[in-house]
Ligand binder design. Sequence first.
Ligand SMILES: Nc1ncnc2c1ncn2[C@@H]1O[C@H](COP(=O)(O)OP(=O)(O)O)[C@@H](O)[C@H]1O
Ligand SMILES: [Mg+2]
Length: 156
Amino acid sequence: MQNPAAITLKSPEETTDLAKKLGAVLQPGDVLLLEGAIGSGKTHFARSLIRSLMRKPEDVPSPTFTLVQVYETVIGEIWHSDLYRLSDISEVEELGLTDAFETAVCLVEWPEKLGPLTPPSALTFGFRTDLGDEDTRNLQIRWSDPKWQDRLEGLR
Ligand SMILES: Nc1ncnc2c1ncn2[C@@H]1O[C@H](COP(=O)(O)OP(=O)(O)O)[C@@H](O)[C@H]1O
Ligand SMILES: [Mg+2]
């Protein structure tokens, strides 16, 4: 896959399919940054990914107010985080996220809030809605760690 790559997601179901495919190649220590405006599909993507890796179906609520939700899955812990309401960067450490970046799979909405704590090995997914069609999302995928190159083959 090219870096950056662009993918058009024409429905929530197409986004779910992509989330499942990415989930199948993730391993502990992987961090996925989910960028995009409110309603662009960050939580939909994260929820689909988490559900595809659960042993039995569980609710996956948006972590809007809790900031972090942790799930035990077939690939170990997945940390789903929404940093929109983060008030201070010191909270990132307090939430346990800094450690989780090393030991778990982390999915982070509003990653801009991480500032200098952004893991350099992260994979970034940017969701855009400005395509006219209500159910279409334009996704940009980019990374700097070469580990992603091979793993993302077959994602399309
Ligand atoms: N192609 C698509 N991909 C993802 N979500 C979509 C798509 N088309 C429509 N939607 C809808 O957009 C909304 C996205 O909401 P959500 O995932 O909570 O956004 P965010 O977490 O980015 O604020 C959901 O209601 C979802 O059903
Ligand atoms: Mg969200």
